[in-house]
Design a protein around this ligand. Sequence first.
Ligand code: RAM
Length: 543
Amino acid sequence: MKKIALLLVGLLCASSLVWADVYQTQRQEWLKKAEAATPQLHETIIRPVSLVKSVADPNAYQDWRMENIPGLDAFYKTPLKRGDSYILDFGKHITGYYTFTLSTLERAQDAPVRIKFTFAEMPVELNTPFDPYPGGLGRAWLQDEIITLPYIDKPVTIERRLACRYVKIEVLGDSPGFQFAMSDTYFTALSSAPEVQIELAETTPAIIRDINRVSIETLRECMQTVYEDGPKRDQRLWIGDLYLESIANAQSFKQFDLTKRCLYLLAALAAEDGQLHANVFEKPTPHPQYGTICQDYSLLYNVALLEYLKSTGDKETALDLWPVVVNQIKLAANYIDETHLYNPQKKTPLWLFFDWRAGLNTYAPMQGLFVFALNKSYELAQLLGKEDEAKEWPALAKQIKKAARKQLYDQKKGYFVSGPDKQVSYMSQIWMILGSVISPAEGQKALKQVMAMPDAVYPGTPYAYHYLVEAMIQCEMKAEARQLLIDYWGGMVKKGADTFWEAYDPKDDFLSPYNFAPINSYCHAWSCTPIYFIQRYPEIFQK
Ligand code: RAM
């Protein structure tokens, strides 16, 4: 009997060891610190600048463009009748709350009024039927709302926060007994980004100035009480987006409280074994998207913390969050097999993201990113005087590097291949360069060759293009990096972008990771990094 009791106690202890919450003593404190760093949201009232109409145009992006039409002043006094339809242009991308007032013009309201609003970042959202909905993400992200008002003559604010430039108004229900008009309509726009004046050298060409402006707008819109990925869709904090937004913020708005808040929030909401969740929500109370763990994102957290420390000197925060850094490395290292390759099958396979390009093999990119993260995390250890806790990392990085060169690098051809089918992709070269697995000269050779191969898997999002520009700079392809920024982000500007898009393939206007272009986010965090490049490398981009 005694033996059985002891065995049970033993088992319980063992299981509690396995399931112990590694941050148990810190979570609450981290959450409080995240709360305390919440930035204030600045409000701006924005009214429409014009009425517009959609024009089908095969030469326009996604086949539609907007054309101004006169009559905005008259619109505020024009009786609205069932079947009427108007599109208001607010002149810029807005994130915030929408308010409108319907006012009686003649006689008295004798029936409810019913109006449909569609809020659109892009013309495609106003010219594609939403139903039957073919998209891969929740239908209700699409911003259409039907409102029935028993009483008008007072302002109405739609409860849900919206993100758009255009508002389409369709009158679904009126009454022969009275007349009304929309006498006022505006957005209360929100952002936690302060006002800034970004100076560019006089020599900066017009297209780079435009890219810079659109980039700033993109980041401003995504800066709310966390770095959101997209103010229209997802509206949450993802680690990959945070990393890029925070380095762009460090070169522009310098709103470092927001970065601090996000770093704490992610830490406080990590899984019990210490691994970070790939994304977290603020509302109704802070919580992670349970079960969504992404290995590349977890490791990028370490780099985001390093960059935060470098730009702020806030050692206290970095030391506080240091255990999270150690755990991300430890947990990822469990996937390194006896041949020193990252082997997703070694434990429960985790999501390896890297890009929304269908079919991308992520093995080689992961190998490179792990070395990158190890190098950066070691740099952080040095800045914090924590080398003793990180003493194995340089050797581990060396082994992984060696294995990558031996097993994934085609010496003769001079580029990396990934996975059982030996896929040739931009991403594999990019991450091996960023991880310094190959020298700048070798990196140049690899990139140049792969970029000349018509079948190589190329990036599908500005997220992936960001790392391509960074890799080019690292291997002395400065002119190419500049040209890529001009061609890729400038391509979006030329196609009418007010803010940069989540997915963009110059060869495919309708590319959507979710099978439906209208559900794409057209103001997306990870696309905002031109501001980072332009400010950080003026000798390349401001000439
Ligand atoms: C998109 C999100 C976010 C990104 C993830 C992986 O759906 O909007 O930007 O981090 O994918």
